[in-house]
Design a protein around this ligand. Sequence first.
Ligand code: SAM
Length: 285
Amino acid sequence: MARRTHAAPRKKHEARRKRRRPTQAERADKHDLYQRAVQSPDFDVAFFARAFTNLRGRAPRRLREDFCGTALLAATWAASKRTRSAVGVDLHAPTLAWGREHNLAALPPAVRRRVALVHGDVLDARTAPPADIVCAMNFSFCVFHDRATLRRYFENARRNLVRDGILILEIYGGTEAIDELEESRRCDGFTYVWDQDRFDPITNRTVCHIHFRFPDRSKIERAFTYDWRLWSIPELREVLAEAGFASSVVYWEAVDEDGDGTGVFRRTEHEEQQESYLAYVVGLK
Ligand SMILES: C[S@@+](CC[C@H](N)C(=O)[O-])C[C@H]1O[C@@H](n2cnc3c(N)ncnc32)[C@H](O)[C@@H]1O
């Protein structure tokens, strides 16, 4: 008779099975990667305060961040001074929820009380009290493909501003902006890839993607996709005027001798074309 033991013989496949470690892509959070690769909220807050004070001769207090996504900028604005408050507006409830959980929850309670998030459409969302500054960062307003809708957006932004309020629009352009190309940049622990997939010269429609790649060769392809109309600076200024803004100014990013952006933006009316540029078009109510 065979001798019995307590230990049942292990099945072969159980002995061999090794739990697969999740890849870096599987462990990553795309909103966290986006914030780290793309956003510079401290820089934006300093620029907004400086530009508003120069243009209006007083300090700004209230910011409305349109297309706020995770509301990192709104949170950073409110945290930067006790006199500052912010409201963020976005259509996408899950992204707002991520922002509440990660960016707002990290704030001290007194600061958190100065930030509100609104789930709504920037074309008609009304927020009170009116803001000193409304901003649309990272080209978000390019989601509007026709002039009538862009004008409607600018009209609603204007409605949500105080009497001497300003609308700040971040735009990109240059000779390479209409090329199909992929550009990558190393970040801490991953590579950020900007993919200009398509550009239609008849409509100025461009489709772009963000991909993230990792040292273990895993990747998140098309983490974000944008279907945009690439607006030019003169078009934006014309539509601002049509929407009732009294005037507009342009801040242009200075480049170094290698043509790389310096992060310093200067007010200007004429510039030489570049391969790529970043600029702020500012509408004054
Ligand atoms: C490019 S992300 C901007 C994220 C962040 N604010 C930034 O500056 O990087 C665009 C955001 O706009 C939102 N969005 C698109 N159309 C919108 C609309 N009509 N009203 C409100 N939000 C909108 C999307 O849900 C998305 O979160």
